[in-house]
Design a protein around this ligand. Structure first.
Ligand code: ATP
Ligand code: MN
Length: 538
């Protein structure tokens, strides 16, 4: 029998092993980017930009469906899951029903499978198999995760399988879920079902959730952070919620990019979970972010919900479909990259926040106890969100460990691990406000990327080791009095406001929000962190 090398013969169902799907009308296993782009265009899923990137629309879901994520309630794992709003319980029998209905839906269709790794550290890696009806989502996964070398593909047995049926509509009455969309994880079966949403970020963040599940018992801290590494092999981490600058600031011509979003901190060093980046591209500036701009204008990249003219020329300012427009590309599309995906024990840890209230200083040095306080708080203030259902008004968000939506275990588990690692290795910790200065959102303006980069550089190069610090009266944060090349009024948020009384009020309000939020953690932390709460060094 002859067949195209791109299309597996119908009886070769090995690429479906572990999925419960037994037959496909056509089965495209482990296709590379050009073939996936070709299938995508043939199926009418998207079109090419003038530069050859594939542009797709994700339909009604242009961000994660936060209310539709479930964890199967299973006897072997139930005691360890942090049940609640983030990890909603799906009774095991409902998970079984949803799974079998999605398997039945996938039977006999044209399917794309991808065998990929999550985790650049072989000791802390999982083998992931995606089975999907979407050619572009297969490309998304291929770009985002780690592509195994060809010789590791034969005999690939997945640790986790993702059943991905974006056009399948879940039924709350049958499946026990809340809408036609469902993202359901079973840690016992090592199976993920994603149905009723085209938004590919669900694939990425489901696997992140799995890494957050499996690594803590191995003594490895999973983290929602970007990472890069300098000439002296000094690694830096950048924690932060969506839109705070993890992707933007980790792409730095002077430092090799390890990864832009998810890493593990093992006794041997840090490692990327992924093999690609997922950059926000709204209002992307070629001048301020040249690497990400170039990666967004080339073949192989997936552009979600980006608007283009009939010639395929991108308009990155157009928010018609969403403000959360994204480019997804393999990490090697960034020129200065650490291809191993691994780095040393971090020397500097930055906690990024986009404070739309304009209160927090652009950079401050944290004591280890303050670092714990801010890690558990996980503060940012958003002006517009990547999740469905957010308005355009600024809104304070506290998301513990800078990643509550992805934590299947209690935050205490991650907090304790970070505390131990920081104490053991003595990393320098910094709080960086990439948000507003000179007033709150509406009055002030967003911190310039150039200033933020200069402040990070000063911290990374050790220039902040020998400057004098003063302590802000509201949060007890140590603010450098001078940074080479930065106008002093930029360093002091209060000085940047014309109306000092308004600043004092806004700062007091923000302190109150922190205190209210931290009440849930005060029983979990030691006296040092309690003391660090707000006025640590005042
Ligand atoms: P996600 O978790 O959703 O991927 P992220 O933390 O990676 O979010 P970025 O994609 O880096 O966030 O988004 C930061 C956005 O803020 C970018 O659009 C960037 O251009 C903009 N921005 C404006 N000013 C700054 C600044 N001073 N520092 C960092 N980013 C800034
Ligand atoms: Mn990012």
């Amino acid at each position: 029998m002859t067949h195209s090398p791109d299309i597996a013969p119908l009886h070769d169902t090995a690429p479906l092993a572990g999925s419960g799907v037994r037959v496909a009308a056509a089965l495209h296993a482990n296709l590379t980017a050009p073939a996936l782009v070709a299938h995508s265009l043939r199926k009418g899923e998207g079109r090419l930009s003038a530069d050859g990137a594939i542009i797709v629309r994700t339909g009604v879901h242009t961000g994660r469906s936060v209310g539709d994520k479930f964890v199967a309630d299973e006897p072997s794992t139930t005691a360890e899951v942090w049940w609640g709003k983030v990890n909603q319980k799906l009774p095991a029998q409902n998970f079984a029903i949803l799974k079998s209905r999605v398997q039945a839906y996938l039977q006999g269709r044209e399917l794309f499978t991808q065998d990929l790794y999550a985790g650049a550290d072989p000791e802390n890696r999982i083998r992931v198999r995606l089975v999907t009806t979407g050619a572009w989502q297969a490309l998304f996964a291929r770009n985002m995760f780690i592509r195994p070398p060809a010789f590791e593909l034969p005999g690939f047995t997945p640790d986790y399988v993702i059943l991905h049926a974006p056009d399948f509509e879940a039924d709350p009455a049958i499946d026990g879920v809340k809408s036609t969309s469902a993202i359901a994880l079973s840690f016992a079966e090592k199976l993920i079902v994603i149905a009723g949403t085209q938004y590919a970020g669900e694939i990425k963040k489901s696997i992140f959730t799995v890494m957050n599940w499996i690594l803590p018992p191995k003594g490895v801290l999973p983290m929602h952070c970007s990472a890069n590494i300098g000439k002296d092999e000094d690694a830096a981490l950048f924690f932060g919620l969506s839109g705070t600058g993890k992707t933007t600031l980790s792409s730095d011509p002077a430092r090799r990019l390890i990864g832009d979003d998810e890493h593990g901190w093992a006794p041997t060093g840090v490692f990327n979970f992924e093999g690609g980046c997922y950059a926000k591209v709204i209002d992307l500036s070629q001048e301020a972010e040249p690497e990400i701009w170039a990666a967004s204008h080339r073949f192989g990249t997936v552009l979600e919900n980006v608007v283009a003219d009939p010639q395929g020329r991108l308009d990155l300012t157009d928010q018609t479909f969403t403000e959360n427009t994204r480019a997804c590309y393999p990490v090697h599309f960034i020129p200065n990259v650490e291809l191993s995906g691994r780095g040393s024990i971090p020397k500097n840890v930055f906690m990024l926040t986009a404070d739309a209230f304009g209160v927090l200083p652009p950079i401050s040095k944290l004591t280890p106890s303050q670092a714990m306080y801010h890690f558990l708080s996980g503060y940012t203030a958003r002006v517009a969100g990547t999740e469905k259902g957010m308005g355009s008004e600024p809104q304070a968000t506290f998301s513990t460990c800078f990643g509550a939506p992805f934590l299947p275990r209690h935050p205490d588990v991650y907090g304790k691990l970070l505390e131990k690692l920081i104490k053991e290795h003595g990393a320098s910790c910094w709080l960086v406000n990439t948000g507003w200065t000179g007033g709150a959102y509406g009055t002030g303006k967003r911190m310039s990327i150039t200033h933020t980069r200069a402040l990070l550089r000063a911290a990374l190069d050790g220039d902040l080791a020998n400057v004098t610090y003063r302590h802000d009266p509201f949060f007890g944060l140590a603010i450098p009095e001078s940074v080479p090349g930065i106008p002093p009024e930029v360093l002091d948020p209060r000085a940047s406001w014309s109306d000092k009384a308004s600043y004092d009020k806004a700062a007091a309000d923000l302190v109150r929000r922190f205190e209210d939020n931290f009440a849930t953690f005060s029983d979990l932390v030691g006296d040092d962190v309690k003391a660090a709460a707000i006025r640590a060094a005042a």
